[in-house]
Design a protein around this ligand. Structure first.
Ligand SMILES: CC(C)(COP(=O)(O)OP(=O)(O)OC[C@H]1O[C@@H](n2cnc3c(N)ncnc32)[C@H](O)[C@@H]1OP(=O)(O)O)[C@@H](O)C(=O)NCCC(=O)NCCS
Length: 164
């Protein structure tokens, strides 16, 4: 994996398969304090309007480096979660997944894409701002993880991207 340090890899993006579920649960657990096990991810992925995509480094044979769950309700869509394995962060996997999601939703004629992000999540905010998301609301004290309890709960920013 030495090449990771001198060039950005390309990511192969495709729908998640059943064999990916453990890897997705691990990636999610590394990114969030609230863990989702394989069954939780499988249940979400199978729910109405949901799209679950994985990004594999370079080829279809590799373990997922990242995944995204998106719900498309027709005119509006929502990012349910996106997470990149710690060793693949900063390599363009998040950007590649989001670019793919945006193109897919535009082809499906969705008009708007929404998401919620912790106001303290610098990496995610950088990604969403680079994509053109703008803040359209705030949910005060939305994130009450153990880590943030000491400093008080942190706010969720509601962000929107126009797909038209
Ligand atoms: C947030 C997350 C999905 C970003 O994915 P990533 O693959 O690391 O991001 P990328 O390498 O694609 O970078 C995307 C952009 O964000 C910027 N960025 C990435 N990490 C950054 C960081 N730590 N600080 C500042 N900017 C950062 C990059 O410079 C890049 O900008 P560019 O497209 O203008 O060059 C990833 O860090 C992650 O999984 N975090 C844990 C889970 C999480 O917070 N999910 C989001 C919940 S809303």
């Amino acid at each position: 994996m030495i090449w990771k340090f001198w060039r950005k890899p390309t990511f192969f993006i495709e729908p998640a398969s059943e064999g990916d579920l453990q890897a997705l649960a691990d990636i999610h657990a590394a990114g969030f304090s609230e863990t989702w096990d394989e069954d939780a991810i499988a249940g979400l992925a199978a729910s109405r309007g949901m799209i679950c995509l994985v990004a594999r480094p370079d080829s279809a044979r590799e373990e997922p480096a990242a995944f995204v769950l998106v719900r498309n309700s027709g005119e509006e869509a929502e990012i349910i979660t996106i997470a990149v394995a710690p060793q693949w962060r900063g390599c363009g996997a998040g950007r590649a997944l989001m670019d793919h999601v945006v193109r897919h939703l535009q082809a499906e004629r969705a008009q708007k894409l929404f998401l919620e992000v912790n106001e303290q999540n610098r990496a995610a905010l950088a990604l969403y701002k680079a994509l053109g998301f703008r803040q359209v609301g705030t949910r005060k004290g939305y994130y009450k993880s153990n880590a943030s309890k000491a400093a008080g709960a942190s706010n969720a920013l509601v962000m929107e991207l126009s797909l038209a």
